[in-house]
Design a protein around this ligand. Structure first.
Ligand code: NAX
Ligand code: K
Length: 478
C-alpha cells in the first residue's frame, strides 16, 4: 500500500520530528537522499558523476535549501554545480555550503542560453515543494519551458514546482520531471492523475517523519493488496461458494454492453453468470458464452445499468434488486435512476461526468477535487463509490481515507472498459468481497492486466487476459 499525506499532516509530523532532532538534521537527510538519486542517475546516463554539469533551480524556501545541499554533495563527487535563483531570497546556510564547494550563480539569460545549448546533464528543480502553489509565472516559467523536451535529466525535489501538493490538477504551467525525490511521505499529487504523470519515477526518502497511516489522505493499492483480496476458490468450493452473478445489461440499442459486462464477469472466475437483460442482447451473449444461463434463479450479486439507454422500468428494476438485500453494482444508466434515499449493499461506479450529475455540480468540480467528489457521493448515498478514470478512487461512507486502485496505462480509457469493469466488480461481490475491496480489486485487475499486456486491446480482448493475470497473482499471496 502506498500512502499519501496532506500538507498539514506532513508539516505537523515535521514539527514533531524537528523538536527531537532539529530542522537541520531533517534537511540533511533529505539532501543526502536527493543527492544519492541524482548521482545514480548521472552515473547511469554518463558513466560517472565527475565532470557532470548540474543546474539547481533554487526557490526561496526549504525546497531550495534541499537542492543546494544536494548539489554541494554532488560537487564533492566532482560535479560542476550552478544555481539559478527564483528570487533574491535563498536558504542562507545552504547557499554558503554551495558557495564553499565552488557552486556558481547564473543569471536568467546565462541560464536560458546554457539550457538551449544543451549544456546541463541534470536540472534539479528545487523551486517549490509543499509550500508551492499551482502554476508558475515569470522567469521560472521560462526556465521550465526551456528545459522541457531538452537533453537534461530533470529531477524534482519533493514534487514538481507548479503543482499543488494536495491536488490532482496539473495546472497551466509546471516543471515536468523525469524523476521526483520526495521526503518523508508521498504527497497526494504524486498518486493522482494528471499531476502524477508530471513527476516521473518517484523515490520516497525516509527522513524519519512520525506519520501514522490513520492520518493518510490517500492509499494506493499495490500488487500484494490485489493478490490478498482476490477470492481464489478452495478445494471444496462449488459454484455458489464462488458466487452466482445476475447481470442486467445491454438493450436493443446497445447489445454490446451486455456482452462486455458478461465478458468481464466470466473472465474474473464466477461460479455462474445469469444474464437477466434484454432478450436480443441475451442471445448474442449465449452465442459467445455458452456457459451463461438466461433463466432466472438464485443470484448472490447483481449488476444493473451498462447499456440500458432509456428504459421505462429502470427505477422498478433497481428497486426490486435493492429489495433482495443482495449486493449490487449500479453502473452507467442505472446511476440516472437512483432512489432519492440512502442505499445499502450497493457499489456505484460512475465516471467523472456521471458523478458530477449525481452531485449536481460541473464535471470540472469533480476533476478539480476528485477526493472530495467521491467522498461526498459516498456520504450522500450511503454506499461505496468507485470514481473511474485515469486514477480510480474508492470511498466508503464514514471514512475519510480514500483508496485508489493500481494505476494502468492511458489506453484503457475507451468505450466498453467500464462495462467489463462493472462485470468484474459484480463477480467479486458475488464471491463475498465487501464493496470497497470489490471495487479496488476489479479496477486494479483491469489496470494491471493492461500494464502487463501492452495493447491497445479492445476491452473484451483485455478481459480475455484476466485469467492469466489472476493465475500469476496467486504467487504474490501472503
Ligand atoms: N520543514 C522541514 O524540516 C523540511 C522541509 N523540507 C523541504 O521543505 C519544503 C517546504 O519548504 P517551505 O515551507 O520553505 O516551502 P517551499 O520551499 O516549498 O516554498 C517557499 C515559498 O515560496 C513561495 N511560493 C510558493 N509557490 C510559489 C509560486 N508558484 N510562485 C511564487 N512564489 C511561490 C511561498 O511563499 C512559499 O512559502 C518541502 O517541500 C521539502 O522540500 C525538507 O528539507 C525536509 C525537512
Ligand atoms: K520542486
Amino acid at each position: 500500500m502506498r500512502y499519501a499525506y496532506s500538507t498539514p499532516a506532513i508539516r505537523a509530523a515535521e514539527e514533531r520530528a524537528m523538536a527531537e532532532v532539529g530542522d537541520g538534521a531533517l534537511m540533511q537527510r533529505a539532501a543526502a537522499g536527493l543527492a544519492a538519486v541524482c548521482g545514480d542517475r548521472l552515473q547511469r546516463r554518463r558513466g560517472r558523476v565527475t565532470g557532470a554539469r548540474v543546474l539547481v533551480v533554487t526557490g526561496p524556501g526549504n525546497n531550495g535549501g534541499d537542492g543546494l545541499y544536494a548539489a554541494s554533495r554532488l560537487a564533492r563527487r566532482g560535479a560542476q554545480v550552478f544555481a539559478w535563483l527564483v528570487t533574491e531570497q535563498v536558504h542562507g546556510a545552504a547557499w554558503r555550503a554551495f558557495e564553499r564547494v565552488g557552486g556558481r550563480r547564473l543569471d536568467t539569460e546565462q541560464t536560458l542560453r546554457r539550457i538551449a545549448a544543451g549544456d546541463f546533464d541534470q536540472v534539479i528543480d528545487a523551486g517549490f515543494g509543499i509550500g508551492g502553489r499551482a502554476g508558475l509565472t515569470g522567469d521560472l516559467a521560462r526556465i521550465a519551458d526551456a528545459t522541457r523536451g531538452g537533453p537534461a535529466d530533470v529531477v524534482a525535489v519533493d514534487l514538481p514546482s507548479g503543482l499543488d501538493a494536495d491536488s490532482a490538477r496539473a495546472g497551466e504551467t509546471c516543471f515536468p520531471a523525469d524523476a521526483t525525490v520526495t521526503f518523508g511521505a508521498r504527497k497526494p499529487c504524486l498518486l493522482s492523475e494528471p499531476a502524477r504523470s508530471l513527476a516521473g519515477a518517484v523515490t520516497l526518502v525516509d527522513i524519519g517523519l512520525p506519520l501514522d497511516p490513520g492520518e493518510a489522505e490517500l492509499a494506493q493499492w499495490e500488487l500484494p493488496e490485489l493478490a490478498a483480496a482476490w477470492p481464489y476458490p478452495g478445494p471444496t468450493s462449488d459454484k455458489y461458494a464462488r458466487g452466482v452473478v445476475g447481470i442486467d445489461a445491454g438493450s436493443a440499442h446497445y447489445p454490446g454492453a451486455g456482452l462486455l459486462a458478461v465478458g468481464g464477469a466470466v473472465h474474473a472466475g464466477p461460479g455462474m453468470v445469469r444474464f437477466l437483460g434484454d432478450e436480443r442482447a441475451g442471445s448474442i451473449v449465449v452465442q459467445r458464452f455458452p456457459n451463461v444461463v438466461t433463466a432466472a434463479g438464485r443470484c448472490q450479486a447483481y449488476l444493473l445499468g451498462p447499456g440500458w439507454g432509456d428504459r421505462d422500468d429502470a427505477r422498478t428494476t433497481i428497486e426490486s434488486v435493492l429489495a433482495t438485500g443482495l449486493p449490487v453494482v449500479l453502473d452507467a444508466d442505472a446511476l440516472r435512476h437512483l432512489p432519492q434515499r440512502r442505499l445499502e449493499h450497493a457499489l456505484l461506479t460512475p465516471h467523472a461526468g456521471e458523478l458530477a450529475r449525481l452531485l449536481e455540480v460541473d464535471r470540472d468540480r469533480v476533476e478539480a477535487d476528485p477526493r472530495w467528489a467521491v467522498r461526498t457521493a459516498a456520504e450522500r448515498t450511503g454506499v461505496t463509490v468507485l470514481l473511474k478514470g485515469a486514477t480510480q478512487y474508492v470511498a466508503r461512507p464514514g471514512e475519510k481515507l480514500v483508496h485508489t486502485a493500481i494505476p494502468g496505462p492511458a489506453w484503457t480509457a475507451q468505450a466498453g472498459s467500464g462495462d467489463t469493469l462493472a462485470g468484474v466488480c459484480a463477480t467479486l461481490l458475488a464471491a463475498g468481497l465487501a464493496p470497497r475491496d470489490a471495487a479496488l480489486a476489479g479496477a486494479s485487475l483491469q489496470a494491471y492486466t493492461a500494464a502487463q499486456h501492452p495493447g491497445p486491446w479492445p476491452p473484451q480482448e483485455l478481459a480475455e487476459r484476466f485469467p492469466a493475470v489472476i493465475a500469476s497473482l496467486s504467487k504474490e499471496r501472503p
